[in-house]
Design a protein around this ligand. Structure first.
Ligand code: NDP
Length: 293
């Protein structure tokens, strides 16, 4: 008698962890905070923690780190049970600004360290194109215990190759846009080739994929919501995700992904929705050059 194949169903309420290349672990599912109003962030993130999220993704450019920090402080959850990511603002790529920027984030978040600090965008057309220098400055921050891991976001394959060649330091993650309309396999495969875990931002295509007829059909067949079908597809691909919702019932729904699985045919049908670059909802990393006012 042969061995049973490994099951994709982990059981409810169990969030898998992904091992990163610096021997740390990250919960595969977390909570995103892009476009969470700074004035409402404390309430929204408190609701997310109450729902069971323990991994929070924020950024200096979201202007809501203080609200995230208030929610963490009020929660009573011990710091080592939480995984907190923030990101370097586009205006802070110069070496000294990188350190000041982290200081400000830690103060706003009211924490002694962040688990993960990301370069938010490579900005290859700004700062003389020297994002490897910014990356080297971020790497210096790991030594003093205030940053557990460092990674990048919105890095194309050539950007990854450059920082690794010029600094020898491999990011733990690359946080890139990815969802059924834009699978982004180009950046995904390049990340995997370097041993870099993929974080898929905009996992629901920022809402654009939710009305898709193929997804709705699978949702009907499985008795799940379209959001759950899309998020389960991401989980089964092995990517790290942190969907955002301001509504507690959706927060709970987006956590409830671990007692069902997609069939091979359902996965193939979702894979076939990929529109390539036309499916992007965000900016292209080669040309994005926005600086906060
Ligand atoms: P998402 O793909 O998570 O989509 C969020 C949208 O989907 C919101 O409009 C939300 O509405 C809606 N939604 C969420 N859950 C449900 C549900 N169960 N049913 C119906 N609608 C739902 O987009 P994000 O851009 O927020 O991406 C996730 C996270 O990725 C961000 O919050 C941020 O942390 C990160 N990110 C990183 C970027 C980068 O450059 N590194 C860029 C963009 C995002 P509602 O709130 O009303 O429920």
């Amino acid at each position: 008698m042969g061995l049973a194949p490994p099951s994709l169903v982990e059981g409810p309420d169990v969030i898998p962890t992904i091992a990163l290349n610096d021997n740390t672990q990250i919960p595969q599912l977390g909570f995103g905070t892009y476009l969470v109003d700074p004035a409402e962030a404390a309430k929204v993130v408190s609701d997310a923690l109450e729902a069971g999220y323990r991994h929070i993704d924020t950024a200096q450019m979201y202007r809501n780190e203080a609200g995230v920090g208030d929610a963490i402080a009020r929660s009573g959850i011990s710091r080592d049970e939480l995984y907190v990511t923030t990101k370097l603002s586009n205006e802070n790529h110069e070496r000294d600004a990188v350190r000041r920027s982290l200081d400000q984030s830690l103060a706003d978040l009211q924490v002694d360290y962040v688990d993960l600090f990301l370069m938010h965008w490579p900005l290859p057309t700004l700062y003389d194109g020297d994002f490897p220098a910014t990356w080297a400055a971020m790497a210096e921050l790991r030594g003093d215990g205030r940053v557990r891991s460092i990674g990048v976001s919105n890095f194309q394959p050539a950007h990854l190759d450059r920082i690794i060649t010029e600094t020898g330091i491999v990011p733990v993650v690359n946080q890139i846009e990815a969802h059924p309309y834009f699978a982004n396999d180009v950046a995904r495969v390049a990340s995997c080739r370097h041993g870099i875990a993929v974080e898929a931002w905009g996992p629901l295509g920022q809402g654009t994929v939710l009305d898709d007829a193929v997804i709705a059909g699978i949702a009907d067949d499985l008795g799940r919501s379209s959001a759950q079908i899309i998020l389960r597809w991401h989980i089964e691909r092995g990517d790290i995700i942190f969907p955002k919702s301001t509504r507690p019932e959706r927060m709970r729904q987006n956590l409830d992904l671990f007692d069902f699985a997609l069939t091979v045919e359902q996965t193939a049908a979702i894979d076939a929705l990929d529109r390539g670059d036309e499916g992007r909802v965000g900016s292209h990393p080669d040309t994005f050059a926005w600086l906060p006012a």
